[in-house]
Write a protein that binds this ligand. Structure first.
Ligand code: TYD
Ligand code: MG
Length: 452
């Protein structure tokens, strides 16, 4: 038997080395280099099913290239269409990453059941029966949806050749393996090889391919970074598993903006599109409670009204506790210091807890003012008026800073029936005929007068 050919890969950046070393010389990561068995195929048996359709490329003058927009495939899912920038581009590779159990397989199966085209769902993780059971929960049935449980790319291509699907879904890229490489499934060289084969297939036949990808402990897509470079679009499915909301974001999109965001709700019968998230994120209650404030934030291009809850109480132990869920803890400490210094609140001996409801994480700085208002309200134990909302950043000297797209936030607040929105005096607002009161403030002290 011929000697096995092995090579060394950095698990972090995917670079290849001839021998083992402790540190990757390219990305400088330590202990990431692993040995993998590699067997290059004989040139003669290198064949993908589509190789006959290949044409040699010739350079074209840019002005001569046909620029008529390629028709995108409607996914029949408003949220996914929005995130992708209007639908799936033919021949594109889309990678969907996310924590285990977040609903990646559910989303993809749901899409393939909804589409009126011939879809092929390839699963390396579940049996056909299991997928059928899941499909029965989701329900909308597409009689042209085919399920294949297979992990070998060569076999998958053989089936694709027979079936000629309009769209291929792979669950997941980490379970695939190609005959041309001997390393085990999920290893860097396998992921690289299988993705290359899939890209070749997608580009040559203009069939879009959707891949599901596992993520590592620290939240990156498992496998080499190069995987994210190779595909056209990287989507991330996130959200707190214990909450009902799931957020779909684009981290990379060659055909659209990465600012868009899709929101779903996990129900007993699959994922439901949430087209008006603000109404769901704000808890409907009759009483006014202290410590609650509503922020008019923007998630990507979408205005989103979010409820901020704060609890300020006397510290039982020596060192006061500060904890924040869905908000940066360092930023909370900064805001507390500003409140202490500029508004004279003695928060040094108090525990402060902050929570963004709905299990979502916000990094829009415009939430600052609502955080401050919630803390002030809880500290004084006085409820804010239920129909107040806030959209401004707070600076270190206690100044209220302008935020981007303030008009969009104001209109959303108005639409949802808020009576007053607090924004920075330095925001340029040219809205006319609004029924909502726009309260301009410039310093944190100005806010104190309104809320306590
Ligand atoms: P799944 O799609 O298997 O997650 P992933 O592929 O990302 O690992 O989602 C699994 C979770 O979704 C599971 O905990 C059950 C839940 N779920 C529902 O609540 N309703 C449903 O209709 C389905 C299909 C799943
Ligand atoms: Mg899954």
């Amino acid at each position: 038997m011929a000697k096995l050919k092995t090579t060394f890969f950095c698990q972090s950046c995917g670079n290849q080395f001839a021998k083992w070393q402790g540190q990757c010389t390219v990305c400088k990561a330590w202990n990431t280099i692993v040995e993998e068995v590699l067997q290059k195929p004989e040139k003669s048996d290198w064949k993908t099913p589509t190789s006959t359709k290949k044409r040699a490329a010739v350079p074209l003058r840019i002005n001569d290239i046909d620029s008529t927009k390629e028709a995108r495939l409607d996914t029949f899912d408003g949220e996914l269409n929005r995130v992708l920038g209007g639908g799936i581009v033919p021949g594109s590779l889309t990678l969907l990453g996310g924590e285990p159990g977040i609903g990646k397989s559910t989303l993809m199966l749901q899409i393939s059941l909804k589409l009126p085209y011939k879809t092929l769902y390839v699963s390396g993780e579940e049996s056909q029966k299991q997928i059928k059971m899941r499909a029965e929960r989701i329900n909308p049935s597409n009689s042209n949806c085919y399920i294949l449980t297979e992990t070998k790319t060569q076999n998958i291509f053989k089936q694709i050749e027979n079936l000629e699907p309009d769209i291929v879904i792979i669950d997941s890229i980490q379970t695939l393996h190609s005959d041309y490489i001997e390393a085990s499934a999920g290893s860097i060289s396998q992921i690289k090889e299988c993705t290359t084969e899939l890209i070749k297939f997608a580009k040559e036949t203009s069939t879009p391919v959707l891949l599901i990808g596992h993520i590592t402990k620290d939240g990156h897509i498992a496998g080499p970074k190069i995987l994210e470079h190779m595909v056209d679009t990287v989507l991330q499915f996130e959200g707190d598993r214990n909450h009902v909301f799931r957020i779909l974001r684009a981290h990379k999109n060659r055909f659209g903006s990465t600012n868009e965001l899709g929101i779903y709700e996990m129900q007993g019968s699959g994922l439901r599109e949430v087209s008006n998230p603000s109404e769901l994120l704000i808890s409907q209650k009759d009483e006014e409670l202290s410590g609650n404030a509503i922020a008019a934030t923007l998630e990507g291009m979408r205005p989103l009204m979010i409820e901020v809850q704060a609890l300020v109480s006397t510290a039982v132990y020596g060192t006061p506790q500060r904890s924040a869920t869905g908000f940066n803890a360092k930023r909370l400490n900064m805001l507390l210091a500003v409140l202490e210094k500029r508004a004279g609140f003695k928060l040094g001996a108090k525990d402060v807890f902050l929570n963004i409801t709905g299990g979502i994480t916000v990094d829009d700085p415009a939430i600052d003012l609502a955080v401050v208002a919630a803390i002030l309200s809880s500290n004084e134990d006085m409820a804010l008026q239920k129909d107040f909302c806030f959209a401004a950043e707070v600076g270190l000297s206690g100044e209220i800073r302008p935020v981007q797209r303030v008009e969009q936030r104001i209109l959303e607040a108005e639409k949802l029936g808020f009576s007053t929105i607090f924004v920075s005096k330095y925001n340029k607002i040219s809205l006319k005929n609004t029924t909502i009161k726009i309260q301009l403030i410039s310093k944190i002290e100005d806010l104190v007068g309104f809320v306590v």
